[in-house]
Design a protein around this ligand. Structure first.
Ligand code: ADP
Length: 398
């Protein structure tokens, strides 16, 4: 396939991140990357950098809504100053039970994925909005959906299945996992020597962990939605269902309708809980570290809880894998929070995970295990955009 510019779109609740690669058979050259951040505010940020990090656009526009935000990206890419994309890849957290394969986007496919918004309620509305905008503003350009759930499709039924009445399982309620594009990118970066028994901890604002056997997902912490699994910045992670029922009843007792109570419960579980809920301070690990240094006990508890759940999940994944060859940390916390890596691994010595404090004293890519550690411990930044481009090129060639 002749090389062509491929646009990667990765939208969050208040931002649209994008990059353009020149890609073809074997060729992957990043041309530009950028973001529109602060959607819903008067003072947003819009920037574009070249591959060397030189800022080509650096503006602070008013961003009243998503439409204005996407128009900035679209206008820039149509201006002739930057490469106009000839194919577009969209990151999508979950397409629901009927959309499991990465594929070309049609208006009907968008409607189908939107009908499963409950499977990724924080992510799907913005993603489908951007897909519709991209189809209309880049007419004739093939658009592809690249799913985070795709990497997790290899989980065995015992890992996917949830202990619920079968009528709900028939509606598609099961473990799908998330962060799959990040996991795929770690395996990709480890090729051709992917360790047989691998655990990857993706610790960002959302945190999850996966057990990977022979390069394929065996189990992962996030469930039907990204709210499950490990405690995240604002999400509960796995929790006794009785807690949710308790809170739901409180809302009903206060006179809310069923819909209001369900909406409020969703806000509590996914936006007010996790590190933010426990610390009553912040969902950002940097703020919590500052607060811990100033003696804040709630911040200490929140971070201890984070580390504790990771230790539990790593321990159970070692059991599922039948041992462990390598542990990889990735994501904003995994790459930068030296203390978290040290604290988590300090509790895992009995499993052969031994970190060298001097090697761990680093941000970004490194091997941080001690020379005598039976398990290799590494820090590897994800390369999600590259994986999206790889899928787009593959799908274009089919
Ligand atoms: P997202 O899930 O939104 O992509 P990131 O992967 O960027 O998030 O991770 C964001 C998290 O990384 C935040 O909790 C942030 O505090 C944390 N982080 C970033 N830099 C540092 C740092 N230097 N020390 C500790 N935590 C950091």
């Amino acid at each position: 396939m002749a090389s062509l510019p491929v646009l990667v779109l990765n939208s969050g609740s208040s931002s649209i991140k994008f990059s353009v690669y020149e890609a073809g058979n074997g060729e992957r050259t990043k041309l530009v990357e950028g973001a529109v951040d602060g959607i819903g505010t008067d003072l947003g940020k819009f920037w574009i950098k070249d591959a060397n990090g030189k800022k080509l656009v650096d503006e602070t526009p008013a961003l009243p809504n998503r439409s204005v935000a996407f128009k900035l990206v679209s206008d820039a890419l149509h201006s002739g100053t930057f490469p106009t994309p000839l194919a577009i890849g969209h990151r999508m957290v979950s397409g629901g039970p009927t959309v499991q394969d990465n594929q070309r986007i049609t208006p009907e496919l968008i409607d189908e994925m939107e009908s499963y918004t409950a499977f990724a309620p924080l992510h799907t509305p913005i993603a489908v909005y951007i897909m519709r905008e991209a189809l209309s503003q880049f007419p004739g350009t093939p658009n592809f959906v690249i799913l985070d759930t795709y990497f997790h499709r290899t989980m065995p039924e015992v890992a996917k299945h949830m202990p619920i009445p079968s009528e709900y399982a028939a509606m598609g309620v099961r473990r799908y996992g998330a962060h799959g594009i990040s996991y795929e990118s770690i395996v990709y970066q480890l090729e051709p020597k992917v360790p047989e028994k691998l655990i990857v901890a993706h610790l960002g604002n959302g945190a999850s962990i996966s057990a990977i056997l022979h390069g394929q997902c065996l189990d992962t912490s996030m469930g039907l939605t990204p709210t499950g699994g490990i405690i995240s910045g604002t999400r509960t992670g796995d929790i006794d269902p009785g807690v949710l029922i308790f809170i739901l009843r409180k809302f009903v007792d206060a006179g809310m309708t069923a819909k209001e109570a369900a909406d409020q419960l969703e806000i509590v579980a996914s936006k007010k809980a996790g590190l933010l809920g426990v610390s009553e301070l912040s969902n950002d690990m940097r703020d919590l570290r500052d607060a811990i240094n100033a003696g804040n006990a709630k911040a200490r508890l929140a971070v201890d809880k984070f580390n504790w759940t990771l230790v539990k999940w790593i321990g159970s994944f070692v059991a599922e894998l039948g041992g462990l060859d390598m542990l990889v940390f990735t994501g904003g916390i995994g790459e930068n929070d030296i203390a978290a890596r040290g604290e988590i691994c300090a509790a895992l010595g009995a499993l052969g995970i031994i970190v060298d404090p001097a090697k761990n004293n680093i941000r970004g890519e490194a091997t941080i295990s001690a020379d005598h550690s039976p398990v290799t411990v590494r820090v590897i930044p994800p390369a999600e955009d590259l994986i999206i481009v790889n899928h787009v090129v593959r799908l274009l060639s089919e």
